[in-house]
Design a protein around this ligand. Structure first.
Ligand code: C2E
Ligand code: MG
Ligand code: MG
Ligand code: MG
Length: 282
Protein backbone atom coordinates (compact mmCIF):
# COMPACT_ATOMS: atom_id res chain seq x y z
CA UNK A 1 0.00 0.00 0.00
CA UNK A 2 2.63 2.43 1.23
CA UNK A 3 4.85 1.31 -1.62
CA UNK A 4 2.27 1.94 -4.31
CA UNK A 5 1.44 5.32 -2.74
CA UNK A 6 5.05 6.26 -3.21
CA UNK A 7 5.09 5.06 -6.78
CA UNK A 8 2.01 6.93 -7.74
CA UNK A 9 3.59 10.35 -8.21
CA UNK A 10 6.56 8.84 -10.02
CA UNK A 11 4.32 7.11 -12.54
CA UNK A 12 2.35 10.28 -13.03
CA UNK A 13 5.56 12.18 -13.55
CA UNK A 14 6.88 9.65 -16.09
CA UNK A 15 3.62 9.74 -17.97
CA UNK A 16 3.77 13.49 -18.00
CA UNK A 17 7.34 13.43 -19.31
CA UNK A 18 6.36 10.96 -22.04
CA UNK A 19 3.49 13.11 -23.09
CA UNK A 20 5.59 16.25 -23.12
CA UNK A 21 8.23 14.45 -25.16
CA UNK A 22 5.86 13.06 -27.74
CA UNK A 23 4.07 16.39 -27.91
CA UNK A 24 7.35 18.11 -28.68
CA UNK A 25 8.21 15.46 -31.24
CA UNK A 26 4.86 15.92 -32.96
CA UNK A 27 5.18 19.67 -32.90
CA UNK A 28 8.63 19.48 -34.45
CA UNK A 29 7.28 17.35 -37.26
CA UNK A 30 4.37 19.74 -37.76
CA UNK A 31 6.68 22.72 -37.72
CA UNK A 32 8.74 21.14 -40.49
CA UNK A 33 5.75 21.25 -42.84
CA UNK A 34 4.49 24.61 -41.56
CA UNK A 35 6.62 26.62 -43.95
CA UNK A 36 5.91 24.39 -46.94
CA UNK A 37 2.17 24.38 -46.27
CA UNK A 38 1.92 28.10 -45.74
CA UNK A 39 0.85 27.95 -42.09
CA UNK A 40 3.16 30.74 -40.96
CA UNK A 41 2.39 34.39 -41.33
CA UNK A 42 3.58 37.69 -39.99
CA UNK A 43 1.62 40.38 -38.26
CA UNK A 44 2.97 43.90 -38.06
CA UNK A 45 2.66 46.06 -34.97
CA UNK A 46 2.99 49.83 -35.38
CA UNK A 47 5.60 51.83 -33.50
CA UNK A 48 4.55 55.47 -33.35
CA UNK A 49 6.19 58.75 -32.38
CA UNK A 50 5.38 59.47 -28.72
CA UNK A 51 4.69 63.14 -29.41
CA UNK A 52 3.41 63.03 -32.96
CA UNK A 53 1.47 59.78 -32.96
CA UNK A 54 2.86 59.18 -36.44
CA UNK A 55 3.72 55.75 -37.71
CA UNK A 56 7.52 55.41 -37.43
CA UNK A 57 8.18 51.71 -38.00
CA UNK A 58 6.60 48.32 -37.46
CA UNK A 59 7.65 45.14 -35.69
CA UNK A 60 7.15 41.83 -37.48
CA UNK A 61 5.63 39.21 -35.17
CA UNK A 62 5.38 35.57 -36.15
CA UNK A 63 2.12 33.64 -36.09
CA UNK A 64 1.60 29.92 -36.66
CA UNK A 65 -1.81 28.54 -37.40
CA UNK A 66 -1.51 24.84 -36.62
CA UNK A 67 -3.97 22.74 -38.65
CA UNK A 68 -5.37 21.09 -35.50
CA UNK A 69 -4.33 23.25 -32.55
CA UNK A 70 -5.04 26.58 -34.18
CA UNK A 71 -2.93 29.58 -33.19
CA UNK A 72 0.37 28.66 -31.52
CA UNK A 73 2.00 31.56 -29.69
CA UNK A 74 5.56 32.49 -30.61
CA UNK A 75 6.42 32.20 -26.92
CA UNK A 76 5.83 28.42 -27.35
CA UNK A 77 6.94 28.04 -30.92
CA UNK A 78 10.26 29.87 -30.78
CA UNK A 79 11.83 27.87 -27.88
CA UNK A 80 10.71 24.65 -29.56
CA UNK A 81 12.27 25.67 -32.85
CA UNK A 82 15.44 26.86 -31.13
CA UNK A 83 15.80 23.47 -29.47
CA UNK A 84 15.41 21.60 -32.75
CA UNK A 85 17.44 23.99 -34.92
CA UNK A 86 14.36 24.76 -37.04
CA UNK A 87 14.66 28.36 -35.88
CA UNK A 88 17.18 29.04 -38.67
CA UNK A 89 14.66 28.14 -41.37
CA UNK A 90 11.92 30.05 -39.56
CA UNK A 91 13.97 33.19 -39.06
CA UNK A 92 15.00 33.01 -42.73
CA UNK A 93 11.36 32.83 -43.73
CA UNK A 94 10.50 35.73 -41.41
CA UNK A 95 13.32 37.82 -42.86
CA UNK A 96 12.19 37.21 -46.46
CA UNK A 97 8.58 38.02 -45.68
CA UNK A 98 9.57 41.13 -43.73
CA UNK A 99 11.70 42.35 -46.65
CA UNK A 100 8.80 41.83 -49.06
CA UNK A 101 6.63 43.95 -46.76
CA UNK A 102 9.34 46.59 -46.32
CA UNK A 103 9.69 46.88 -50.10
CA UNK A 104 5.92 47.25 -50.49
CA UNK A 105 5.63 49.88 -47.75
CA UNK A 106 8.49 51.93 -49.15
CA UNK A 107 9.45 54.10 -46.23
CA UNK A 108 8.38 52.35 -43.04
CA UNK A 109 11.26 50.36 -41.52
CA UNK A 110 10.39 46.85 -40.40
CA UNK A 111 11.91 45.39 -37.25
CA UNK A 112 12.60 41.67 -37.12
CA UNK A 113 13.29 39.65 -33.97
CA UNK A 114 16.45 37.60 -34.20
CA UNK A 115 16.92 34.43 -32.20
CA UNK A 116 20.25 34.05 -30.37
CA UNK A 117 20.76 30.81 -32.27
CA UNK A 118 20.50 32.65 -35.58
CA UNK A 119 22.59 35.58 -34.41
CA UNK A 120 25.52 33.43 -33.35
CA UNK A 121 25.56 31.66 -36.68
CA UNK A 122 28.74 32.62 -38.55
CA UNK A 123 27.87 34.48 -41.71
CA UNK A 124 24.65 35.85 -40.28
CA UNK A 125 25.56 39.50 -40.89
CA UNK A 126 26.64 38.66 -44.45
CA UNK A 127 23.32 36.92 -45.09
CA UNK A 128 21.32 39.92 -43.91
CA UNK A 129 23.29 42.28 -46.15
CA UNK A 130 22.87 39.91 -49.13
CA UNK A 131 19.13 39.56 -48.67
CA UNK A 132 18.69 43.33 -48.43
CA UNK A 133 20.51 43.89 -51.68
CA UNK A 134 18.64 41.02 -53.35
CA UNK A 135 15.45 42.94 -52.56
CA UNK A 136 17.05 46.21 -53.64
CA UNK A 137 16.37 47.76 -50.25
CA UNK A 138 18.37 50.43 -48.43
CA UNK A 139 19.67 49.11 -45.09
CA UNK A 140 17.76 51.59 -42.94
CA UNK A 141 14.48 49.86 -43.84
CA UNK A 142 15.45 46.82 -41.77
CA UNK A 143 15.93 46.83 -38.03
CA UNK A 144 17.00 43.86 -35.98
CA UNK A 145 15.82 43.26 -32.44
CA UNK A 146 18.02 41.22 -30.21
CA UNK A 147 17.74 40.37 -26.53
CA UNK A 148 20.46 40.02 -23.96
CA UNK A 149 20.36 36.29 -24.53
CA UNK A 150 22.26 36.96 -27.74
CA UNK A 151 25.06 38.69 -25.90
CA UNK A 152 25.52 36.51 -22.83
CA UNK A 153 27.65 33.89 -24.54
CA UNK A 154 29.87 34.18 -27.59
CA UNK A 155 30.45 37.79 -26.73
CA UNK A 156 33.19 38.21 -29.29
CA UNK A 157 31.16 36.73 -32.16
CA UNK A 158 28.16 38.78 -31.10
CA UNK A 159 30.10 42.01 -31.00
CA UNK A 160 31.60 41.29 -34.40
CA UNK A 161 28.13 40.70 -35.83
CA UNK A 162 26.73 43.85 -34.22
CA UNK A 163 29.56 45.94 -35.62
CA UNK A 164 29.37 44.42 -39.09
CA UNK A 165 25.62 45.00 -39.28
CA UNK A 166 25.83 48.56 -38.02
CA UNK A 167 28.63 49.35 -40.45
CA UNK A 168 26.33 48.14 -43.21
CA UNK A 169 23.73 50.66 -42.00
CA UNK A 170 21.35 48.18 -40.37
CA UNK A 171 19.99 49.42 -37.09
CA UNK A 172 19.90 47.24 -34.01
CA UNK A 173 17.59 47.47 -31.02
CA UNK A 174 18.11 45.90 -27.63
CA UNK A 175 14.75 44.26 -26.92
CA UNK A 176 13.06 43.63 -23.55
CA UNK A 177 15.51 45.96 -21.86
CA UNK A 178 15.57 45.72 -18.08
CA UNK A 179 14.51 42.09 -17.74
CA UNK A 180 17.96 40.48 -17.93
CA UNK A 181 20.67 40.20 -15.33
CA UNK A 182 23.27 42.71 -16.32
CA UNK A 183 21.77 44.99 -18.91
CA UNK A 184 24.06 47.85 -18.05
CA UNK A 185 27.27 46.03 -18.85
CA UNK A 186 25.95 45.24 -22.34
CA UNK A 187 25.42 48.92 -22.95
CA UNK A 188 29.10 49.39 -22.20
CA UNK A 189 30.28 46.70 -24.59
CA UNK A 190 27.89 47.14 -27.50
CA UNK A 191 26.58 50.09 -29.42
CA UNK A 192 22.86 49.84 -30.18
CA UNK A 193 20.64 52.25 -32.08
CA UNK A 194 17.67 51.87 -29.81
CA UNK A 195 16.50 50.56 -26.52
CA UNK A 196 13.14 48.84 -26.16
CA UNK A 197 11.97 49.11 -22.59
CA UNK A 198 10.23 45.96 -21.48
CA UNK A 199 6.47 46.02 -21.08
CA UNK A 200 6.71 45.26 -17.34
CA UNK A 201 8.02 48.78 -16.66
CA UNK A 202 5.08 50.30 -18.48
CA UNK A 203 2.61 48.09 -16.65
CA UNK A 204 4.09 49.23 -13.32
CA UNK A 205 3.83 52.86 -14.28
CA UNK A 206 0.58 53.49 -12.48
CA UNK A 207 1.83 51.85 -9.27
CA UNK A 208 3.33 55.02 -7.92
CA UNK A 209 6.14 57.46 -8.24
CA UNK A 210 9.05 54.99 -8.03
CA UNK A 211 8.09 53.36 -11.31
CA UNK A 212 7.86 56.65 -13.17
CA UNK A 213 11.26 57.73 -11.85
CA UNK A 214 12.79 54.41 -12.84
CA UNK A 215 11.35 54.71 -16.31
CA UNK A 216 12.62 58.25 -16.62
CA UNK A 217 16.11 57.11 -15.59
CA UNK A 218 16.11 54.37 -18.23
CA UNK A 219 14.95 56.81 -20.91
CA UNK A 220 17.66 59.32 -19.94
CA UNK A 221 20.25 56.57 -19.91
CA UNK A 222 19.28 55.55 -23.43
CA UNK A 223 19.47 59.12 -24.66
CA UNK A 224 22.82 59.78 -23.05
CA UNK A 225 24.19 56.76 -24.91
CA UNK A 226 22.78 58.07 -28.21
CA UNK A 227 19.93 55.62 -28.48
CA UNK A 228 16.33 56.25 -29.32
CA UNK A 229 13.98 54.81 -26.73
CA UNK A 230 10.85 52.79 -27.40
CA UNK A 231 8.35 51.82 -24.69
CA UNK A 232 6.69 48.43 -25.24
CA UNK A 233 3.26 47.30 -24.12
CA UNK A 234 1.53 50.67 -23.90
CA UNK A 235 -2.14 49.80 -23.42
CA UNK A 236 -3.86 52.94 -22.17
CA UNK A 237 -4.06 56.64 -23.02
CA UNK A 238 -2.83 57.41 -19.53
CA UNK A 239 0.28 55.27 -19.92
CA UNK A 240 0.91 56.84 -23.31
CA UNK A 241 0.78 60.40 -22.03
CA UNK A 242 2.90 59.60 -18.96
CA UNK A 243 5.51 58.01 -21.18
CA UNK A 244 5.47 60.97 -23.50
CA UNK A 245 6.00 63.28 -20.51
CA UNK A 246 8.96 61.19 -19.38
CA UNK A 247 10.65 61.92 -22.70
CA UNK A 248 10.32 58.58 -24.44
CA UNK A 249 10.68 58.82 -28.25
CA UNK A 250 8.40 56.05 -29.48
CA UNK A 251 5.64 53.88 -28.17
CA UNK A 252 4.40 50.45 -29.18
CA UNK A 253 1.39 48.73 -27.70
CA UNK A 254 -2.27 47.87 -27.96
CA UNK A 255 -3.15 51.53 -27.41
CA UNK A 256 -1.64 52.67 -30.70
CA UNK A 257 -2.19 49.41 -32.55
CA UNK A 258 -2.25 45.67 -32.05
CA UNK A 259 -0.19 43.40 -34.25
CA UNK A 260 -2.11 43.55 -37.57
CA UNK A 261 -2.07 42.13 -41.09
CA UNK A 262 0.03 43.94 -43.68
CA UNK A 263 -3.02 45.47 -45.38
CA UNK A 264 -4.16 47.09 -42.13
CA UNK A 265 -0.74 48.62 -41.53
CA UNK A 266 -0.70 49.89 -45.09
CA UNK A 267 -4.07 51.56 -44.46
CA UNK A 268 -2.77 53.06 -41.23
CA UNK A 269 0.19 54.49 -43.10
CA UNK A 270 -1.99 55.96 -45.83
CA UNK A 271 -4.87 57.26 -43.80
CA UNK A 272 -5.52 59.32 -40.70
CA UNK A 273 -4.50 57.60 -37.49
CA UNK A 274 -7.41 58.27 -35.18
CA UNK A 275 -6.15 55.92 -32.46
CA UNK A 276 -3.06 58.10 -32.12
CA UNK A 277 -4.80 61.46 -31.86
CA UNK A 278 -5.30 61.44 -28.05
CA UNK A 279 -1.52 61.52 -27.83
CA UNK A 280 -1.24 64.62 -29.91
CA UNK A 281 -3.90 66.37 -27.87
CA UNK A 282 -2.48 65.46 -24.48
P1 C2E B 1 8.85 40.89 -28.34
O1 C2E B 1 9.82 40.98 -29.45
O2 C2E B 1 9.17 41.62 -27.09
O3 C2E B 1 7.45 41.37 -28.97
C1 C2E B 1 6.49 42.10 -28.27
C2 C2E B 1 5.38 41.20 -27.75
O4 C2E B 1 4.48 41.96 -26.95
C3 C2E B 1 4.52 40.59 -28.86
O5 C2E B 1 4.08 39.31 -28.39
C4 C2E B 1 3.34 41.55 -28.91
O6 C2E B 1 2.18 40.97 -29.47
C5 C2E B 1 3.18 41.86 -27.46
N1 C2E B 1 2.51 43.15 -27.22
C6 C2E B 1 2.62 44.29 -27.95
N2 C2E B 1 1.92 45.29 -27.41
C7 C2E B 1 1.35 44.80 -26.29
C8 C2E B 1 0.48 45.38 -25.29
O7 C2E B 1 0.11 46.55 -25.31
N3 C2E B 1 0.10 44.55 -24.27
C9 C2E B 1 0.49 43.24 -24.20
N4 C2E B 1 0.05 42.50 -23.18
N5 C2E B 1 1.31 42.67 -25.13
C10 C2E B 1 1.74 43.44 -26.17
P2 C2E B 1 4.10 38.03 -29.34
O8 C2E B 1 3.74 38.42 -30.74
O9 C2E B 1 3.33 36.96 -28.66
O10 C2E B 1 5.64 37.62 -29.36
C11 C2E B 1 6.29 37.19 -28.19
C12 C2E B 1 7.78 37.10 -28.38
O11 C2E B 1 8.11 36.06 -29.31
C13 C2E B 1 8.40 38.38 -28.96
O12 C2E B 1 8.60 39.34 -27.94
C14 C2E B 1 9.69 37.82 -29.54
O13 C2E B 1 10.67 37.68 -28.52
C15 C2E B 1 9.28 36.44 -30.01
N6 C2E B 1 9.01 36.47 -31.47
C16 C2E B 1 7.90 36.89 -32.12
N7 C2E B 1 8.04 36.77 -33.46
C17 C2E B 1 9.31 36.30 -33.67
C18 C2E B 1 10.08 35.95 -34.85
O14 C2E B 1 9.67 36.12 -36.00
N8 C2E B 1 11.36 35.47 -34.64
C19 C2E B 1 11.88 35.31 -33.39
N9 C2E B 1 13.11 34.80 -33.28
N10 C2E B 1 11.19 35.62 -32.27
C20 C2E B 1 9.92 36.10 -32.40
MG1 MG C 1 10.80 42.42 -30.34
MG1 MG D 1 10.13 43.09 -26.32
MG1 MG E 1 9.78 39.64 -25.49
Amino acid sequence: RAKSDKRQPIQAFELHMDEALSFRRTMRKDLAVAIAEDQLHLLLQPVVGARTGELASAEALLRWTHPVLGAVSPAKLIPLAEESGQIIAIDDWVLEQALVYAAALGDVPIAVNISPVQFRHPGFARKIVDRLSAHGLPPHLLKLEITEGVLVTHTRAASRAVNELREAGIRIALDDFGTGFSSLSYLKDFQFDSLKIDRSFVTDLENGRQSAELLRAIIDLGHSLNMTVIAEGVETARQASLIQLLGCDFIQGYFTGRPMPFEALEAMKAGPQPQASPLVRS
